[in-house]
Design a protein around this ligand. Structure first.
Ligand code: B12
Ligand code: SF4
Length: 530
């Protein structure tokens, strides 16, 4: 066997795992998506992947993939994984706050394996910092592009290759080249000399590396990926995650594969359509989502015994909120007899205008909706593209939504976002309002609290110009309170905002805990579980 691969989702905390109850997962869905085509080749015995350490049953394959939350917690697992597999290809996925983590894991691998490994970094941070500027007709680098950081000496030159963008097919090609180099005993870091076959790999991607004192990049020919051909991540890697809201049922991350972006364009968000591109193959999105739900049922039945299946749809908004696609998925589910509970995300306005379809979907297993409420006053963040109604205010529509969802017995979780310049008083009012809603409607539950982090957003970062080479939150008092948050950071506040004040963050955490202790009205069964 010459191709030996491990894949790691880098961590974002220097130490201590998260306590965030609502949205944690053991499965790195983003990395699974990136690696699914390579896994498919392995599973079917095709090419170099077919002879690799991934050409094993999915449970065993999954052992080569690690989702890290903090280096301190998972370093032993990571070192053991390297020792066991002796990989010649290390795939590292990193979101922006995970960049220091990605550097740390790459460095560790280089220490252990030296030049016997090719280290490839990809995922959201690379994609947001290395991008094609259509106006200038060239690849641009944000100040935090890992390639720039290596060239300018801000981080060590630990990555051999950086991939920006859609990577399913590129990863498969990279594996083939590593395999070839390994067989011929050629230096793995010189992978870029063998890229002639990569150009045709479908997807919107850019590959970059450093040669001497120069950054070199190549861009794919832009052949579109046929989403209908993509396999579901759970069928390749199984399911370990289990969302509290679904009780004991394992939870598969499913995706309708209609693009990486959202139909809206909120100016603080990484998923905004202007950054991630428009929707693709929307006509067959319901069929794809149904296929992934069906796979989830089959895989969980096979691998996780008889505890039932749940799934969470990772689309920015489920099926882009398309009435046609939502109706189609309802039809497909009703014509099948899938035993599944599932959830997904919509905006407040999408929910209100699609409550009838949601009522139908509820009967077919859709019992959890997650909504970004963000703030009481959208105008305080310069407006949100998803706040489209000119008639009633945001809070009023939120209340209407909770009322409507409680009538059809769909649980509703929310995501709150602080650090947008809001006053202390407005936060307290927001939590008081949430307590009232929970008393009246039993929702929202769960509640995820976040402190707004400025992402690089392909240069649309309000001139924040962060390099992201330090941890978002260093070890110390902030880390003790931010562990209850989803995304949060001290060092990278949203452009134009001050870094958080520790007393204010402590206060939010206290109120948050007090809110959670207020028992919500139950919708179906005990303990707030569906
Ligand atoms: C599922 C999910 C999770 C899961 C799984 C995370 C994981 N590591 O895989 C959980 C719940 C654990 C999670 C946690 C976090 N998440 Co999250 N998550 C998502 C979500 C909803 C879906 C991801 C997905 O599968 N998308 C679909 C696939 C097809 O697209 P993709 O992710 O871009 O993947 C493609 C490319 O990026 C690339 N790629 C991805 N990984 C790799 C790796 C390599 C080596 C290569 C070459 C390419 C590559 O190929 C993929 C296929 O084309 C996205 C939002 C969204 N709708 O995408 C947020 C999102 C990615 N998460 C985000 C954030 C901030 C986080 C956290 C940092 C939050 C926190 N707690 O602080 C943590 C990081 C945890 C970690 N260690 O990775 C941000 C990232 C923005 C940014 N610039 O950093 C997003 C965009 C949400 C947002 N709007 O802010 N997340
Ligand atoms: S609707 Fe949500 S996911 Fe879409 S751009 Fe706005 S905040 Fe991001």
């Amino acid at each position: 066997m010459s191709l030996k691969v491990i894949a790691v989702s880098a961590h974002y905390l220097p130490e201590k795992g998260l306590v965030n109850y609502s949205l944690k997962s053991e499965d790195p869905a983003s990395l699974f998506n990136a690696c699914r085509y390579a896994a498919f080749l392995a599973e079917n015995g095709i090419g170099s992947w077919g002879g690799s350490n991934w050409a094993v049953p999915r449970k065993k394959r999954r052992e080569n993939i690690l989702l890290m939350n903090s280096l301190k917690e998972e370093i032993t697992d990571y070192e053991l994984l390297i020792e066991r597999e002796q990989p010649n290809l290390l795939l590292i996925g990193a979101m922006t706050l995970c960049l220091p983590g990605a550097v740390a894991v790459a460095k560790k691998a280089k220490e252990i394996l030296r030049d016997k490994v090719c280290i490839v970094l990809g995922g959201w941070h690379s994609t947001e910092t290395i991008y094609f500027d259509n106006r200038l007709n060239k690849v641009k680098h944000h100040i935090s592009s890992p390639l720039r950081l290596m060239l300018e000496g801000y981080i060590e030159p630990v990555f051999d290759l950086i991939v920006s963008g859609e990577s399913e097919y590129v990863i498969a090609e990279i594996g083939d080249i590593v395999d070839l180099l390994d067989q011929r005993n050629l230096p793995l870091f010189k992978i870029y000399d063998y890229f002639s076959s990569v150009f045709n790999a479908p997807g919107d991607w850019i590959l970059g590396w450093i040669k001497g004192e120069e950054i070199l990049t190549i861009k794919g020919r832009g052949y579109p990926i046929d989403r209908d051909e993509l396999v579901s991540p759970c069928s390749m890697f199984g399911v370990k995650a289990s969302f509290d809201i679904f009780g004991d049922r394992p939870t598969a991350h499913v995706f309708s594969d209609l693009g990486r972006g959202c139909v809206y364009d909120c100016n603080f968000c990484s998923e905004a359509s202007s950054l991630c591109g428009s929707l693709v193959q929307i006509n067959t999105s319901a069929e794809r989502l149904f296929g992934q739900l069906k796979d989830a049922v089959g895989v969980i039945k096979e691998d996780n015994s008889s505890c039932g299946t749940s799934a969470f749809v990772e689309d920015s908004t489920m099926l882009a909120g398309s009435n046609i696609a939502l109706r189609k998925i309802a039809d497909l589910l009703s014509a099948s007899s899938l035993d599944i509970c599932f959830g997904g995300q919509l905006t407040i306005d999408q929910t209100l205008s699609r409550i009838d379809i949601l009522g139908e979907l509820k009967k077919l297993g859709f019992n959890y909706l997650f909504v970004g409420l963000e703030t009481m006053y959208p105008e305080s963040i310069g407006g949100m593209a998803k706040d489209r109604s000119l008639r009633d205010n945001w809070m009023f529509r939120a209340e209407k939504m909770f009322e409507a969802l409680s009538e059809i017995e769909i649980f509703c979780g929310i995501s709150l976002l602080f650090g947008l310049g809001e006053s202390r008083r407005s936060r307290i009012l927001l939590f008081e309002q949430i307590i009232k809603w929970r008393k009246s409607y039993g929702v929202p539950y769960p509640i995820s609290i976040n402190w707004a982090v400025q992402h690089p957003r392909r240069g649309n970062d309000g001139k924040a110009n962060y390099r992201y080479i330090q941890w978002g939150t260093p070890v110390g008092p902030f880390l003790d309170v931010f562990k209850y948050f989803g995304e949060a950071s001290v060092n990278y506040p949203i452009a134009g905002q001050e870094p958080p004040d520790i007393e204010e963050v402590k206060e939010i955490t206290q109120i948050y805990h007090a809110v959670l202790q207020e028992t919500p009205k139950m919708l179906g069964s005990e303990k707030g579980k569906i």
